[in-house]
Design a protein around this ligand. Structure first.
Ligand code: UD1
Ligand code: CA
Length: 448
C-alpha cells in the first residue's frame, strides 16, 4: 500500500504578528514545519506534499526541493486545502493528513493512525484527544453505542456539546479513493469554508466504519497560533531533547536551564552545567565539562575539554582543551590538543598548536601559532592596519612577554622571546630575545 502525506500549512498565522510565515518560526534552531516533516518522513513512500499559501515563496526558499508543494490561493478551509493536493496523489492508497503548525506530534502516534486505518474496512481513522482545555478544537460526537457520529466545530456547538472533552486533533488517515471522491461533495459551511471534518458525517451517512486513535499525551497536539504557544511548544521540545541526551549518557545538572538545539550531538559522560546553550550543528565529545553560562555555536569540541562562562562560535577545539572563564572564541578558531585559554581571551581565525597557553587578557586574530607557545597577559596581535587584515606567525616554543603588541604581518621564529611591553613590528629570528618600542634584539635566548 502506498501511503502519502499532506501537510496543511497555508494559514497566515495572523496572531503571530510577524512578517515570517507561522511555520517558519523556529524552536531550538529548527523551523516548526521541519519538526512536522521529520515526524512523517519514515512513514510515507514519497516526498510529503505541503499545502502552502501565505508566504509560499519564503517557505520554498527555506525548505528547498525535497518536497512537493501545492498552492492554495484562497483559504477556503481544511477540506478545500486537502483537495488541492489530490492531483499530485493519484497513485496513493492511503492519505495521512497533518498540520504544519503542530510540531510536537510524535511519529509513533501517526504510525498508529496509519496502521489502524490499514485494518479498517471503512474510509477513515482520526486522531482524538481527551483534554479539559478544548483550545478551540472541534468536539467528537458519539452515539449511545459509542460510535462516532460527527465532528462539531466549536463555533457551531451548543452549550452541551461544548462540554465534550473528546476533541478532534485534526490528523487523519484516509482511504485515498474515498477521500478524493467525497471531497467533491463537501458543502460550504456557514463560515464560508469547506470543512474536512464534515467527511465524518458523510461516512456515517454512508454507514461506513470510522476508527479513532486516542493520543495519549495532549502535549503532542499543541498547535502554534501565538508566540505564547511557541514558547509552550519550545519548552516541551527542549525537555524531550534534554531527556534524550540524559538517557544517552550526558549529565545535565539542571536541565531546566539548558538549551540544546535539535542538530547538536554530545558524547557520553559529558556534564552540562546550568545556563548553557548548545547551538547549530555543534558536536561535543566525551567526558567534557561545559558551562555554567556558556554558549557553543556550530563548533566541534573534542574529548575531555572544559569550557566555562565562555562563548564559542564556529570553532574547532581538540581533546583536553580548557577555556574560560570569560573567553570568546570566534569563527575560525582552531585549538590543538591540550591548549589552555584562561580569562578574557578573544581569538578569531587562528590556529593554536598543542600545549600552547593563553592565560589572560589577550586578542589573537589571523594568527598561526605553534606548539608550547606561552602568550603573556595582555598580548595583542595588531592584525588590522585600518584597511587590511594581516597574519601573525608564531613558531613553536616562543615566549611572548606580557603586554606585547605584535604588529602584523609578522613572523616570530622558533623559541624567540619578546620582553614585557615590547612593540614588535619586525620579524624576529629564531632563538632571539627582543625588547622595547620598537622591539630590538638584545641577546640570544638561553637554552632551556
Ligand atoms: C481544525 C478542525 C478542528 C480541529 C482543529 C485541530 C476543521 C474544519 N476543523 O480547526 O476540528 O479540532 O483543526 O487543530 O478542519 N489550513 C489551510 N488552508 C485552509 C485552512 C486551514 O492550509 O484553508 C491549515 C492551517 O494553516 C493550519 C491547519 O490547516 O495549519 C488547521 O487550520 P486551523 O484554522 O488552525 O484549524 P481549524 O479550522 O480551527
Ligand atoms: Ca480555521
Amino acid at each position: 500500500m502506498v501511503t502519502d502525506v499532506v501537510i496543511l500549512a497555508a494559514g497566515k498565522g495572523t496572531r503571530m504578528h510577524s512578517t515570517l510565515p507561522k511555520t517558519l518560526h523556529s524552536i531550538l534552531g529548527k523551523p516548526i514545519i521541519q519538526y512536522v516533516l521529520d515526524s512523517v518522513v519514515s512513514l510515507v513512500d514519497n516526498d510529503p506534499v505541503l499545502v502552502i499559501g501565505y508566504g509560499a515563496e519564503q517557505i520554498r526558499d527555506v525548505l528547498g526541493e525535497n518536497l512537493r508543494y501545492v498552492e492554495q490561493n484562497e483559504l477556503l478551509g481544511t477540506g478545500h486545502a486537502v483537495k488541492q493536493a489530490g492531483p499530485l496523489l493519484s497513485g496513493a492508497d492511503l492519505i495521512l493528513v497533518t498540520y504544519g503548525d503542530m510540531p510536537l506530534i510524535r511519529t509513533d502516534t501517526l504510525q498508529e493512525l496509519i496502521s489502524t486505518q490499514k485494518s479498517n474496512t471503512g474510509p477513515m481513522t482520526l486522531l482524538t484527544v481527551q483534554d479539559n482545555d478544548p483550545r478551540g478544537f472541534g468536539r467528537i460526537l458519539r452515539n449511545e453505542e459509542g460510535n462516532i457520529q460527527k465532528i462539531i466545530e466549536e463555533t457551531s456547538a451548543t452549550a452541551d456539546q461544548l462540554k465534550i472533552t473528546e476533541l478532534n486533533a485534526g490528523m487523519y488517515c484516509f482511504q485515498a479513493e474515498w477521500l478524493w471522491k467525497n471531497l467533491e461533495d463537501l458543502k460550504l459551511s456557514p463560515k464560508g469554508e469547506y470543512y474536512l471534518t464534515d467527511l465524518v458525517g458523510m461516512a456515517v451517512d454512508q454507514r461506513l466504519e470510522i476508527e479513532t486513535v486516542s493520543a495519549l499525551d495532549p502535549q503532542e497536539l499543541i498547535g502554534i497560533n501565538t508566540r505564547v504557544h511557541l514558547a509552550e511548544a519550545g519548552k516541551v521540545l527542549r525537555q524531550r531533547i534534554n531527556e534524550g541526551w540524559m538517557l544517552a549518557g550526558v549529565s545535565l545538572v539542571d536541565p531546566e536551564t539548558v538549551y540544546i538545539e535539535a542538530n547538536v550531538k554530545i558524547g557520553p559522560d559529558t556534564v552540562i552545567l546550568p545556563n548553557t546553550y548548545l547551538q547549530g550543528e555543534s558536536i561535543l565529545g566525551n567526558n567534557c565539562q561545559i558551562g555554567p553560562n556558556t554558549k557553543i555555536y556550530n563548533s566541534r569540541i573534542g574529548n575531555s575539554c572544559e569550557i566555562e562562562f565562555s562563548v564559542v562560535e564556529e570553532s574547532i577545539i581538540e581533546d583536553g582543551v580548557d577555556v574560560g572563564p570569560f573567553s570568546h572564541l570566534r569563527k575560525g578558531t582552531h585549538l590543538g590538543p591540550g591548549v589552555h585559554i584562561g580569562n578574557f581571551g578573544e581569538i578569531k581565525d587562528s590556529y593554536l598548536g598543542e600545549g600552547t597557553k593563553v592565560g589572560h587578557f589577550t586578542y589573537l586574530g589571523d594568527a598561526q601559532i605553534g606548539k608550547n607557545v606561552n602568550i603573556g597577559a595582555g598580548t595583542i596581535t595588531c592584525n588590522y592596519d585600518g584597511k587590511k587584515k594581516h597574519q601573525t606567525v608564531i613558531k613553536d616554543g616562543v615566549f611572548i612577554g606580557s603586554d606585547s603588541m605584535l604588529v602584523a604581518p609578522l613572523v616570530l621564529g622558533e623559541n624567540s622571546v619578546t620582553g614585557a611591553g615590547s612593540v614588535v613590528n619586525k620579524d624576529v629570528p629564531p632563538n632571539t630575545v627582543v625588547v622595547g618600542i620598537p622591539a630590538r634584539k638584545i641577546s640570544k635566548r638561553k637554552k632551556k
